[in-house]
Design a protein around this ligand. Structure first.
Ligand SMILES: C[S@@+](CC[C@H](N)C(=O)[O-])C[C@H]1O[C@@H](n2cnc3c(N)ncnc32)[C@H](O)[C@@H]1O
Length: 289
């Protein structure tokens, strides 16, 4: 299961247990956040695309995630990195959990990436609008791979500095230098009119995943998303020439992922990737195990 592009339909705990240790280069997960909601694509034709994010309390949520995280840590290579997408509901508890020595450990925490976005609706009452998620980035060991990404930093007043030894560039906004990418990212959500929208609830923007995969892996590496939803991580990995494994407990999500990969990249289930644990859908019976 660990060598080829694969969509596994089922509880990721079961899927992960079938894998050998130390075989994955990068894991990103965007699991339930403990938001006490049922997520449903509002008003869409595809109302079957939904998932329940309800736990009795925070301890029940952590008890649910812990064994899955232990397996993810086990399958990650010593050079690998791990990204946990969460928000204010549980990010503080998840960080404490991931900091424990039997998981990643405090010293292997690398960043809390803050993904800032605009979305409709404001928080009611006496507080600021909640418009960011956190992505907790850990390495398995200190010897992890990381490709430093760079971003534009506009000069004060957008004018040229002309400092010796500083390379400057210019675009329609003005003069800038290139600096190491910071840990807060402004990336648009997948909005109602977005071209990449698949009406899957909580779908994440592909550009967010492209950034994570570009920083944390190289061409040919194996990327895994154990809660892959409509396959955003898989599409980003395919685009960037990585191998990939996606898991999701929802057959509708796995079907959507498979169709997305086929339609976007012209690759076929049963040839360039396989689908396990799903009964026959549009891509052909012979490909289903
Ligand atoms: C927030 S969504 C992921 C969205 C995804 N990042 C995307 O861009 O489409 C969370 C997903 O976790 C899945 N899920 C929940 N529990 C799971 C489990 N135990 N094993 C695998 N998938 C699970 C849900 O079906 C849902 O698709």
């Amino acid at each position: 299961m660990q060598n080829a592009n694969l969509i596994y339909c089922g509880d990721c705990l079961e899927g992960l247990k079938k894998m050998p240790g130390d075989c994955i280069d990068l894991i990103y997960i965007d699991p339930p956040f403990n938001s006490n909601r049922e997520h449903r694509a509002k008003g869409s034709r595809e109302a079957k695309h939904s998932f329940v994010d309800k736990f009795e309390n925070i301890n029940a949520y952590l008890d649910y995630m812990r064994p899955r995280l232990i397996e993810m840590h086990r399958v990650l290579k010593p050079t690998g990195s791990f990204f946990y997408h969460c928000d204010w509901h549980a990010s503080h508890y998840i960080k404490v959990l991931l900091d424990t020595p039997d998981l990643f450990g405090y010293d292997n925490f690398q960043n809390e990436i803050v993904w800032c976005y605009k979305s409709g609706g404001a928080s009611p009452g006496k507080r600021f609008s909640r418009k960011h998620d956190s992505i907790l980035f850990y390495s398995k060991t200190p010897a992890y791979r990381f490709n430093r990404l760079r971003e534009k930093s506009y000069n004060r007043d957008h004018k040229a500095y002309k400092f010796k030894g500083v390379e400057e560039f210019r675009d329609e906004e003005g003069w800038y230098t290139l600096v190491g990418m910071k840990d807060y990212w402004e990336i648009s959500m997948v909005g109602r009119t977005s071209r990449e929208r698949l009406d899957y609830p909580a779908q994440k923007p592909q550009s967010l995943l492209e950034r994570i995969i570009s920083a944390g892996s190289n061409k040919g590496d194996m990327v895994m998303d154990a809660f892959c939803g409509c396959g955003t991580t898989l599409a980003a990995a395919q685009k960037l020439d990585r191998k990939w494994i996606g898991m999701d407990i929802s057959p509708a999500a796995c079907e959507l992922s498979a169709v997305r990969l086929q339609d976007t990249f012209g690759i076929k289930a049963g040839q360039e990737f396989s689908v396990k644990g799903l009964t026959r859908r549009g891509w052909g019976k012979s490909n289903v195990v």
